[in-house]
Design a protein around this ligand. Structure first.
Ligand SMILES: Cc1cc2nc3c(=O)[nH]c(=O)nc-3n(C[C@H](O)[C@H](O)[C@H](O)COP(=O)(O)O)c2cc1C
Length: 182
């Protein structure tokens, strides 16, 4: 298959996830185009059999370039086997508040863009303490402390479940129509 992976990433974890998916999908014999979302992208999505659009949450919002792309192409995306991969810290949580919060963020993304993805995949991201400025480091350290995660800001802490991501890649590489993950 001919597969597009388009992603937005602020601190780099979604880029790493997108590259992992590209490698898996290429190994399975697919042709993959990996594109970072920006204002001057030239992408014809009609050329692809499958599309993965990935973005990460920052204070409840996804990267504006991803939202703009999904809005522009929502009509075609709605007719395609197209998946939305949402990267967040809440995806690692079982707390009702986090689960409901995530559902609200995705519902707002769908309402804003007009795109109802065939599949939505929630993926846990990372605390990338080494990339944050002082303010972000303290804010995310506080969140880590509240969530019982490591508060050692001298290292990044990855919560991404790479095995689950490999299973998602296998579902994308399969010729069966995309089914909702949950
Ligand atoms: C300033 C900031 C705000 C964030 N806001 C949220 C949020 O509202 N909900 C959430 O679940 N995760 C939030 N996160 C966690 C990110 O989604 C997570 O770190 C993710 O791995 C970032 O992906 P990226 O490196 O591709 O940008 C936030 C992280 C930062 C640094």
């Amino acid at each position: 298959m001919n597969i597009l992976i388009l992603f937005g990433s602020t601190e780099g974890q979604t880029r790493k996830i997108a590259m992992f998916l590209r490698d898996r999908l290429e190994k399975a014999g697919n042709k993959v185009r990996l594109v970072e979302a920006s204002e001057d992208m030239d992408v014809d999505i009609a050329m692809f059999d499958r599309v993965i659009i990935a973005a990460s949450l920052h204070t409840g919002d996804y990267q504006p370039a991803v939202v703009a792309f999904a809005t522009t192409h929502h009509a075609l995306l709605n007719r395609m086997d197209a998946a939305f991969l949402s990267v967040s810290l809440s995806a690692a949580s079982k707390d009702k508040e986090d689960v409901d919060g995530l559902a609200n963020c995705v519902a707002r993304f769908e309402a804003d863009t007009g795109w109802k993805p065939a599949r939505i995949e929630h993926v846990a991201g990372a605390f990338r303490f080494t990339r944050y400025d002082l303010m972000k480091r303290w804010a995310l350290r506080y969140i880590a402390w509240r969530k019982g995660q490591s508060t050692d800001t001298s290292h990044d802490h990855e919560l991404t479940d790479w095995d689950a991501l490999a299973r998602f890649a296998a579902a994308i590489a399969s010729t069966a129509p995309l089914a909702p993950a949950r």
